[in-house]
Design a protein around this ligand. Structure first.
Ligand SMILES: [Zn+2]
Length: 155
């Protein structure tokens, strides 16, 4: 049985801001080397750097997200360092999988109970010929799943 993803915040990921690595960048730096370990795995790769000029001949640095190549000032680590959009997309799929499973399970139970599709429709009645204990067990299972779905959705 799949575990529910319970976290939903960017602050759960280690982050790296361009300001925090600025001192490591020479003028016209094209990349920055990252070497680190994350959850027991070692990583070493270059992340592209771009500069944009602002007033008085100053310029500011940006990371190029290693995944989508977007210009960003903060990267988040989920193994690779990626931008918030990429980590958000990853994150959403992680969160979606368990809830999909929950929906499928609850739909299967409702089908066995011959209840109308969708938890919003609440409980139906006991189908003809279904044993009372089977019915009670299915209803309990149904309610537990419905609670989990509501829990995930309201985060
Ligand atoms: Zn990205």
């Amino acid at each position: 049985m799949g575990k529910l993803a319970t976290t939903s915040s960017l602050s759960d990921y280690p982050k790296m801001t361009i300001t925090s690595v600025k001192h490591r960048l020479g003028q016209h730096a094209k990349a920055i080397r990252l070497d680190y370990s994350f959850r027991g795995k070692s990583y070493g790769y270059d992340v592209g750097i771009t500069t944009s000029s602002c007033h008085y001949g100053n310029y500011r640095y940006w990371f190029n997200c290693p995944n989508c190549n977007k210009r960003v000032s903060v990267l988040y680590c989920a193994g690779l360092y990626v931008c918030r959009h990429c980590i958000g997309a990853n994150y959403a799929t992680q969160l979606m999988q368990p809830i999909d499973k929950l929906f499928r399970k609850v739909a299967a139970i409702r089908q066995r109970l011959k209840w109308q599709h969708g938890i919003a429709n609440g409980h139906g009645s006991r189908p003809k010929g279904m044993h009372q204990t089977t019915y009670a067990r299915l209803v309990a299972e149904h309610d537990k799943l419905a609670q989990q779905i509501i829990g995930v959705m309201s985060k």
